[in-house]
Write a protein of this length. Structure first.
Length: 397
């Protein structure tokens, strides 16, 4: 299910960016869904693979690099090429795709330019210009600020967060406390009890690690508690169908237009959607043998990275304007085509390297089979929960 869900969420992001008046909530809710899936999949990969290897932490870092960076640099170079070749058209579609004024650029602007090619620094948790977070204004793959955030949580999960059921429980509790702090701070600010300065409610829950921690921790908790959830809730076919429909339908509802009260409570339904995605992950097996479904899952990351660049290209070729259905359809189709090329030319050749780095054969990974490792299991490593012994992670993480 996670493969189809990834592609669906990436498609929602494209819809939100190309036609925000029709899909006013889909993109941001989809991002929180992505975070939830990442928390689940990364915890699964750590528990079932990397924690069982004596040098598993280093192997995890290398595989994250192989998985994220090649596609990222390809998307950034495409954006840079568009900023150089067609600066006006690029900035008209997305103002982040622009060249800095190198003669008068500040240190921060130059840092942003360089960050587009190293990934780190596109989003920073704290910055002197922003009291809560800072996001680079120059981004050649505009959505990579969220990929930068994911790196923070990958490091946290590797070192602390996903080590055991106890650490997950503590992390989830701390995340819920963080959510409560954000809600109370926003309420106090609107009542005039505290001075928020430049800390906007939006920056606190959507762009900050404090607000994003909850979906990651929900996804991680599903891995450890899925068996208990199934037993306690009796997650049968009816529940599975209902939660699947909710995952599909909720981002399509124009929440900001329904009432001012719902608009002011935006973080609540975003966090709520993360909970729904977590419930969906708890309902379905991880083993997927269909190559077409797996391929759609592989398309989601490059689709997420390059849809703005593709929108610029189709706007030049066909004279399409922003915020039109024509731009959405053309940009989505081109983005799917370019994403297919990225998967075939960049991601597929690296799969064998990543599989070898996990101590498994590529055939076993693609077919969802377990293989005997040639590596010795580290003494004291955390074992996978019994309920997951028969369904090894096939997500190529």
């Amino acid at each position: 299910m996670q493969y189809l869900l990834r592609f669906y969420l990436a498609s929602l992001v494209v819809c939100f960016h190309m036609l925000p008046d029709v899909f006013p909530a889909s993109g941001r809710m989809a991002v929180f869904g992505f975070y939830t899936i990442s928390g689940y999949v990364i915890t699964m990969a750590l528990q079932q693979t990397y924690y069982t290897l004596p040098d598993g932490r280093w192997r995890f870092v290398k595989n994250r690099f192989y998985r994220l960076y090649p596609s990222f640099i390809a998307a950034s170079l495409l954006g840079l090429a568009l900023a150089v070749a067609t600066p006006q058209a690029a900035s008209a579609i997305n103002g982040s795709i622009q060249l800095p004024d190198f003669a008068e650029a500040s240190l921060w602007e130059m840092q942003c330019f360089v960050s587009n090619f190293v990934l780190f620094g596109i989003h920073t948790p704290f910055h002197y210009e922003q009291p809560f977070y800072s996001r680079c204004e120059i981004r050649y793959a505009p959505e990579t600020w969220s990929t930068n955030i994911e790196l923070y949580f990958y490091a946290f999960m590797l070192l602390v967060g996903s080590r055991s059921r106890a650490s997950i429980s503590f992390w989830l509790a701390a995340s819920l406390l963080g959510v409560l702090v954000i809600i109370l701070t926003v309420i106090a600010g609107r009542l005039g009890w505290v001075e928020l300065m430049e800390i906007t409610p939006y920056s606190m829950w959507y762009y900050s690690v404090l607000g994003i921690s909850l979906p990651f921790s929900l996804g991680a908790a599903v891995f450890f508690y899925r068996e208990r959830l199934n037993q306690f809730l009796s997650l049968g076919p009816t529940f599975r169908i209902a939660i699947t429909l909710l995952v599909i339908a909720l981002p399509l509802i124009p929440w900001p237009y329904l009432s001012p009260l719902i608009e002011s409570g935006r973080p609540i339904y975003h966090w709520g959607y993360a909970l729904v995605v977590a419930a969906c992950l708890a309902c379905y097996s991880d083993t997927v043998r269909s190559k077409s479904i797996r391929f759609l899952g592989d398309l989601s990351y490059p689709l997420f990275l390059i849809h703005w660049q593709c929108a610029i290209i189709v706007s030049l070729l066909f004279g399409l304007q922003s915020n039109t259905p024509e731009l959405l359809i053309a940009a989505f189709l081109l983005a799917c085509l370019v994403s297919t090329l990225v998967v075939m030319l960049i991601d597929e050749p690296l799969k064998s390297i990543r599989a070898k780095n996990r101590g498994r054969s590529l055939d076993a990974t693609l077919e969802g089979k377990t293989t005997k490792r040639v590596d010795h299991v580290a003494v004291g490593s955390a074992p996978a929960p019994p309920s997951f012994q028969s369904t090894r992670n096939t997500s190529s993480e």
